[in-house]
Design a protein around this ligand. Structure first.
Ligand SMILES: *Cc1c(COP(=O)(O)O)cnc(C)c1O
Length: 408
């Protein structure tokens, strides 16, 4: 097979020529297709999809989702600022995280966000103090730690009792009752997020059951439930894994939460919405061989895309121009001074030439968002493609950006 890779209506090689490499390219159609697919599964009236910004906080990506009616989930003041800059209405923004500072709380309170997902008793006290000082009521959910295991990478599981996230059921009950005594706290319901990159329905079912159990107890204690936030974590297929069917997930949640028809259901996908839309384009710098391996050294590295180095993650990688011919096992590595700096290992790839463009697929989530300037490498540029149009949505950093904030 021969031919040229396209991203929507634009040739990948043309993008690399026009904007340079390494380059993150996002397809608007792919983002919207994912949103549509997920919404299709959640037929429960009033369900809101809140995009978890941390997966890809680029303003243009956020803008696509915001225009399509999504809300936002943020985990820091910086993400809150970015969500607002991208035009999300504060009433569609929820704020999670175990270490919200007073300053971050104040920003959310002044804006009047939909919910602070509170993760500890001390945080609740701090939020109450800040709300009282600003004379702004804080709308809250308590983050329940349901102690369920989600089979995923240990770094991204969050719903076990040994993880730092959320509070156990008994504490959620105590804090909810306590919040009722403050006129500055407005208790709405529960939040729960058990981890990321989950391929099975069962952990979500167990988490939903745990939330429902706690909701019944809260109701029995006289608390009114208006919000149920089931977090994100839906896995995407990087290496042919079977993805959860959003219809089944939606049905499970609808069934479990049917006793609370007036409560608003939220889901907070990050990866599910943004992984598939993204491609990282990188150029082949050099080729070399040792007695054991065949390497291509490309101009993207672990500072641009950390997932392979950080999690041993597999990402499909393909040439932007297919020449055909035999494939040979190749390690695709970056220029950084660490052996952990690889994008792909022992991958069957066609013969490659210097200057060839490679496309690393499924790079839209936790890609640029996790990038750094490690080895003093300027961060890559980002481009959004819509049909035949491509638009720069974050310029490439320059060498002066590297030293810009340093003091003499
Ligand atoms: C990270 C995170 C998400 C999104 O996780 P994905 O796996 O990208 O869907 C949603 N909610 C919370 C609280 C998170 O921390």
């Amino acid at each position: 097979m021969t031919g040229a890779l396209r991203i929507e209506g634009v040739a990948a090689e043309a993008l690399a020529r026009r904007f340079g490499t390494p380059l993150f390219v996002y397809s608007q159609a792919a983002i919207l297709a994912r949103l549509r697919r997920l919404r299709g599964g959640f037929s429960r009236p009033g369900t809101m999809v809140c995009y978890a910004l941390k997966a890809n906080p680029n303003r243009a990506v956020c803008g696509v989702l915001r225009q399509a009616g999504a809300g936002a989930e943020v985990v820091s003041g910086g993400e809150l600022a970015r969500a607002l800059a991208a035009g999300f209405a504060p009433g569609k923004v929820v704020f999670t995280g175990v270490g919200k500072t007073g300053e971050e709380m104040a920003l959310g309170l002044r804006q009047g966000i939909l919910s602070f997902n509170v993760e500890s008793g001390e945080e609740l006290e701090a939020l109450e103090r800040t709300a009282r000082r600003l004379r702004r009521r804080a709308r809250i959910c308590l983050r329940l730690n349901p102690d369920v295991r989600a089979r995923t990478h240990p770094h991204v599981t969050t719903g076990r009792a040994e993880n730092k996230f959320g509070v156990e059921e008994s504490e959620a009950l105590a804090l909810a009752k306590k919040s009722r005594r403050s006129r500055w706290l407005d208790f709405q319901g529960l939040h729960c997020h058990i981890g990321s990159q989950i391929y099975e329905l069962a952990p979500f079912q167990r988490a939903a059951a745990a939330v429902a159990r706690a909701l019944r107890k809260l109701e029995a204690a006289g608390l009114r439930i208006s919000l149920i936030d089931m977090g994100g974590g839906i896995g995407v297929s990087y290496a042919g894994e079977k993805e959860i069917d959003p219809d089944e997930l939606g049905k499970t949640m609808s069934r479990t939460f049917s006793p609370w028809p007036a409560a608003r259901l939220l889901v907070e996908p990050g990866r599910y919405l943004s992984a598939d839309c993204g491609t990282l384009l990188t150029a082949v710098l050099y080729r070399k061989r040792t007695s054991k391996r065949r390497f291509v050294i490309v101009d993207a590295a672990m500072n641009d895309f950390a997932r392979p180095a950080l999690y041993g993650a597999f990402h499909p990688i393909l040439p932007a121009r297919f020449r055909g011919g035999p494939c040979r096992r190749t390690d695709v590595v970056g220029p950084i001074c660490e052996s952990g700096d690889f994008l792909a290992r022992q991958r069957p790839l066609q013969r490659l030439e210097q200057g060839d463009i490679l496309a690393l697929r499924m790079a839209g989530a936790y890609g640029f968002a996790m990038s750094s300037q490690y080895n003093s490498r300027p961060r890559a540029a980002e481009v959004l493609v819509e049909g035949r149009k491509a638009r720069l949505v974050r310029r490439r950093e320059t060498l002066s950006d590297i030293v810009r904030l340093e003091m003499p």
